[in-house]
Write a protein that binds this ligand. Structure first.
Ligand code: AMP
Ligand code: ZN
Length: 142
């Protein structure tokens, strides 16, 4: 499954060049063209899926395995002190390329960046009852 107008499908098909750092039958990883840090890497399933919930479970598990192996290699390559590994999952979350991808962003003690807690908007003020209800909805919804 490949979409003609998708930049990442075009990278998978070799129609757009990329600095590929990993590839197998199911997934691919390449350097981000506009890196937030040296070594900023994107990891994608080769098949076109828009968001994480569109990815079949076996491909998602495979993707996590690749992330697990690749993240230390990315950190090591640029001598990073840590990394943020995250998905912008859906347009509301800032996803611009509609082909699911994980960002591996190397972090350094003095880089002036923020933890992942900085990505969300206004913090909600939730009661104990609301928290219980949300937890129950999540628990019953998967
Ligand atoms: P997102 O906002 O999560 O959809 O991020 C999309 C990412 O894709 C951005 O960090 C872009 O810099 C990156 N990007 C866009 N086009 C390319 C490309 N041709 N090669 C590598 N990275 C790209
Ligand atoms: Zn695609």
């Amino acid at each position: 499954m490949s979409q003609d107008d998708c930049i990442f499908c075009q990278i998978v098909d070799g129609e757009i060049p990329s600095r590929t750092v990993f590839e197998d039958d199911v997934s691919m990883a390449f350097l981000d063209a506009n890196p937030l840090a040296p070594g900023h890497t994107l990891v994608i399933p080769k098949r076109h899926h828009e968001t994480l919930d569109d990815v079949p479970e076996d491909a998602a598990a495979h993707l996590f395995g690749v992330l697990h192996r690749l993240t230390p290699a990315v950190e090591h390559a640029v001598d990073a002190d840590g990394s943020n590994v995250a998905f912008n999952n859906g347009e509301a979350a800032g996803q611009e390329v509609p082909h699911v991808h994980a960002h591996v962003i190397p972090r350094f003690h003095d880089d002036g960046g923020n933890p992942i807690h900085a990505v969300a908007g206004r913090r909600p003020d939730l009661s104990e009852e609301e928290l219980d209800e949300i937890a129950a909805d999540i628990e019953s919804g998967h």
